[in-house]
Design a binder for this molecule. Structure first.
Ligand SMILES: Cc1cc2nc3c(=O)[nH]c(=O)nc-3n(C[C@H](O)[C@H](O)[C@H](O)COP(=O)(O)O)c2cc1C
Length: 385
């Protein structure tokens, strides 16, 4: 087994294990992938200023988020189809996150239902990510299920009104439901470990994997346009919908995909508890600004009235520290846990999370920051180039 010492090692291993269509679905961006490049450039441009001679030799990463103590200011981000990366992948991610002491956010578009994930990971801190479906009654029913499973934070994703343009998915024949064609069949057959270790295990148990939360009729009769239409992501989503969700959702409400100060202020007005400053990992609109460039203004406007989370582009513990130093209270990790999952299942997901924690700890030692608030309040926040 090759040494997996950083995120690139895990990514390389994931690339070998996964069919190309699935690997690229996870790895790549949209259109010309300039958002991906911008994300890295923005994080790389940030420097952190250390405090020396602090007289301390231990760092504490624990943090209080939405009133709950966590082992670290990290969250496993919602990622559609994580269950394709490893058999039962979403439950494995939940168990890995639970062992590390951080929450995991289940996607509306997970392969495995929230009920099954809860059964497989009874101690996990579960959050739920919502794509609002056109049929609000079906949407409300889905939320009841998430709440009944103990999901205590709802992340409503508002940055995906339409399907992004990801040309490689079309070229690779990657789509849901999976429609076999020559290229994708060849791709799968060239990855026998995935074919037998993941796909075949679904085929012999529950059949072809698909979106587990979608109504039975949608999953079995995809050609029935009326059903597909009812669970289409609502393209006309508005602040009224957020008010409706605030009324019906009993837990914390966080809006994911906010970049403008005005939108963060609206989030406060409708009674949201948090926002995620995110560009969806550079997977949606290719000309969005980088979150690092948006966080300071949002923090300046709404700090103390909203919990501000961030994601996109994190590949090192130092990237997490940079988002924290800009004022985010926690950071979501999307691709990293998936690469860990592909590399070594549940143990791989846990290992990559622990690697990020170690990288954070080492960097905090260099920075003279003994705890997470010290990063936010200390010299590390006087840092932008
Ligand atoms: C394969 C994949 C699937 C994703 N699916 C969802 C999703 O279903 N809902 C959502 O809100 N965000 C989704 N995202 C975005 C992540 O939640 C997160 O914003 C992003 O991955 C963070 O960037 P990073 O991957 O660079 O860490 C997905 C990301 C990836 C990589």
């Amino acid at each position: 087994m090759p040494m997996l010492l950083n995120a690139s090692d895990y990514r390389r291993r994931a690339r070998r294990f996964l069919p190309r269509g699935l690997f690229e679905y996870i790895d790549r961006g949209s259109e010309d992938e300039t958002a991906l490049t911008r994300l890295r450039a923005s994080l790389d441009a940030i420097t952190l200023l250390p405090a020396v001679l602090t007289g301390r030799d231990r760092r504490d990463l624990d943090t209080v988020l939405f009133g709950r103590r966590l082992a670290a200011p990290l969250v496993v981000a919602p990622t559609a189809l994580a269950g394709l990366v490893s058999h039962d992948g979403e439950t494995k991610l939940a168990r890995a996150a639970s062992r590390v002491g951080i929450p995991v956010c289940i996607s509306t578009q997970s392969v495995t239902t929230v009920e099954t994930i809860r059964r497989g990971a009874p101690d996990a801190l579960l959050w739920f990510q919502l794509y609002v479906w056109r049929d609000r009654a079906l949407t409300a029913r889905l939320l009841e299920r998430a709440s009944a499973c103990g999901c205590d934070n709802l992340l409503v994703t508002v940055d995906t009104p339409v399907s992004p343009k990801r040309e490689y998915n079309e070229r690779n024949g990657f789509g849901i439901p999976f429609k076999p064609h020559l290229r994708s069949m060849l791709d799968v057959s060239l990855h026998p470990s995935w074919l037998f270790g993941v796909l075949a295990r679904y085929l012999v148990s529950e059949g072809m994997p698909t979106y587990g939360h979608y109504p039975e009729a949608f999953r079995t009769a995809i050609t029935r346009a009326d059903i597909a239409e009812s669970v289409r992501i609502e393209p006309r989503l508005s602040w009224d919908d957020m008010c409706w969700l605030r009324e019906i959702w009993p837990g914390k409400l966080t809006i994911k995909g906010v970049l403008a100060v005005e939108d963060a202020e609206r989030a406060v007005e409708i009674g949201a508890d948090g926002v995620v400053v995110s560009v969806h990992g550079g997977r949606n609109l290719d000309c969005l600004p980088a979150p690092a460039d948006c966080i300071p203004a949002i923090v300046g406007a709404v700090k103390g009235r909203l919990t501000i989370l961030a994601d996109s582009g994190v590949r090192r513990g130092t990237d997490v520290l940079k988002y924290l130093a800009l004022g985010a209270e926690a950071v979501l990790l999307g691709r990293l846990p998936l690469w860990g999952l592909a590399s070594g299942g549940e143990a791989g997901a846990e290992a990559i999370l622990r690697m990020v924690l170690r990288e954070m700890d080492t960097a905090m030692a260099f920075l003279g920051a003994h705890c997470v608030p010290a990063l936010r309040n200390g010299r590390a926040s006087e840092l932008r180039n």
